[in-house]
Design a protein around this ligand. Structure first.
Ligand code: ADP
Length: 535
């Protein structure tokens, strides 16, 4: 007889496989399977069965056959049954001596294999059944005499003890791997400490958060590494340790504090501390979970800035419109034609302002929903720049507007109305953020791939740090604490969305108190990615 080679996996030599294989060999078997009982099965840790020199494909037919015959139990722990030759073939066991399968006349096939089923249990109950195959008529040392029954029961007890501990071990290993994966992959920083608060583990999220590598902090006091402070800036030393509070039995969750990264950068975190205890209830180690809440803080700040900016931006025009409308509506109002016209013009301007704000808010929500549609067509930027700058000059005669357009500026592929909005926004800002005598310069230039438009002013300028943020939604320098300058922090956000939807870029070059240059690029007609037309 020859037995198929089962695929060797990393688990082949695990404890259970070794135990099952040794048991089968001791019982004079050649191959088999141990099927874990429902009671002993742990879905998190155990596989339902362990094969020994038997193919996966043989398992089903074998188990189906076994189900039809008598099952072993605690009273009769070993059942032996000969296997039909058809099943032997199905199991993939080669009959090297095919003659053995036939009777003397060579007609009828004879059984050559038997299957034994061993009931494996201990004081805690059934662990499983070991089914193994052996040549018909073989017997093990546990079956050869009447006294062997005691030996068989002793063997079962040993086998069961080995299996219990192997199953437990398997369960512990898998549990350990799962916990290690959680620890390694967690998006939250996790560190563990001993009872003296010295770091034992420091996960990758903690490394990313603090800039410290695990091997640099192991054995150090965790509060010396994180330098925690409360939100008022008071240092939180050992005596304030949240882990000590957890050791003392307190529930420590969602505690906010400020910690330091390796480079000294400080950031807001929300912390939870817990304690691992021995079977006697004494603390053995502490766990600190750290979540970076800087972004949440920023969003909260943005939300409150948004509310204050929007309410201010709405209140001002409404108050002006209401004031003028009340004056005009008074029965005793006697206004000459010019005063009447100037008040009506003011009402119109404020209504325009409201309209623009509401339009911008709608625009911003459409950008967020990803619904910005462009109608791209060939566009002559020189023509558009001249039109928009001329309009600015008429509207604001006090502003010096300079335009520098090269001859034969290449055509771009763009949505004319949207690019007009971008230009208007940049020009408005250039005027708005230039407190004295604004000088605004618009320059267009072309590279091999794109046309670049720049809008420069000689105004207040923008610090390097804030240059990164001004394109964010609702961002205003100084949180819009200069109420004299109207705005909701949406203009540049919208400009960036429009330019990027064209496949272009927008950026700023600026120096504080010296002025700013906003630049944006649009792809040249021949370089634009046009939608493919299929005929
Ligand atoms: P806002 O409606 O507040 O003007 P923007 O999105 O257009 O909103 O601009 C965002 C912030 O960028 C402004 O609040 C302002 O602080 C700053 N900023 C924009 N343009 C300029 C500029 N040309 N010079 C100086 N600061 C500017």
């Amino acid at each position: 007889m020859s037995w198929p080679q089962t695929q060797q996996s990393e688990d082949l030599y695990d404890q259970i496989t070794i135990l099952v294989g040794s048991a089968i060999r001791l019982l004079s078997g050649d191959a088999g399977v141990f099927v874990v009982s429902n009671e002993a099965f742990d879905p998190q840790s155990n596989t339902e069965y362990t094969l020994y020199r038997l193919n996966e494909s043989a398992l089903m037919p074998l188990l189906l056959h076994i189900r039809k015959i008598k099952q072993p139990d605690s009273l009769c722990p070993l059942i032996v049954d000969s296997l039909p030759p058809t099943l032997v073939k199905q199991l993939g066991v080669c009959d090297e001596d095919a003659e053995l399968l036939r009777d003397a006349n060579g007609a009828k096939e004879q059984p050559v294999l038997e299957c034994c089923s061993l009931f494996v249990s201990d004081h805690a109950g059934l662990i499983g059944v070991l089914h193994y195959l052996r040549p018909l008529g073989s017997s093990s040392c546990f079956e050869r005499s009447d006294e062997s029954e005691g030996a068989l029961r002793l063997f079962i007890a040993h086998f069961a003890a080995g299996l219990r501990s192997a199953l437990k071990w398997q369960s512990l290993i898998k549990e350990q791997r799962r916990l290690a994966a959680i620890f390694q992959q967690s998006a939250e920083g996790i560190l563990t400490v001993d009872t003296a608060l010295r770091i034992i583990d420091f996960n990758p999220a903690m490394e990313r958060l603090t800039g410290w590598r695990e091997n640099e902090v192991l054995g150090r006091f965790y509060y010396e590494v994180l330098c925690p402070k409360d939100r008022l800036g008071n240092e939180l030393g050992k005596q304030d340790s949240l882990i000590l509070q957890a050791f003392a039995g307190q529930t420590v969750v969602n505690r906010e504090m400020v910690i330091s990264a390796r480079d000294g950068q400080r950031f807001d975190v929300s912390v939870a501390a817990s304690c691992v205890r021995s079977s006697k209830g004494e603390p053995t180690s502490g766990i600190l979970t750290v979540r970076d809440i800087t972004r949440e803080r920023l969003q909260e700040e943005q939300r409150s800035t948004f509310i204050s900016v929007i309410s201010h931006e709405l209140q001002t025009p409404i108050a002006i419109i209401k004031g003028y409308a009340s004056t005009l509506a008074r029965a005793d109002a006697t206004l000459d034609k010019e005063s009447l016209r100037s008040r009506l013009r003011a009402v119109e301007e404020e209504a325009d302002r409201l309209n623009k704000l509401v339009g911008n808010l709608l625009y911003a929500s459409r950008i967020q929903a990803g619904g910005l549609q462009m109608e791209l067509m060939p566009l002559d930027l020189s023509d558009l720049v001249q039109k928009v700058t001329h309009r600015l000059q008429v509207k604001s005669p006090g502003v010096t507007v300079k335009v520098n357009l090269p001859p034969n500026l290449p055509t771009v592929m763009a949505d004319r109305d949207r690019i007009e909005e971008v230009l208007e926004n940049l020009l408005d800002n250039a005027v708005k953020y230039s407190p004295d005598k604004p000088v605004v310069t618009v320059v267009c230039s072309a590279t091999g791939d794109e046309v670049i438009v720049s809008v420069s002013d000689t105004g207040m300028g923008i610090s390097l740090r804030e240059q990164e943020q001004i394109f964010d939604r609702f961002y205003r320098i100084g949180n819009g604490k200069t109420p004299s300058l109207q705005g909701a922090g949406l203009g540049l956000y919208i400009c960036r969305a429009i330019v990027e939807a064209h496949g272009g870029r927008i950026w700023v070059e600026s120096a504080l108190h010296q002025g700013s240059t906003f630049l944006f690029s649009l792809p040249r007609l021949e370089k634009a990615h046009l939608p493919m037309v299929v005929f």
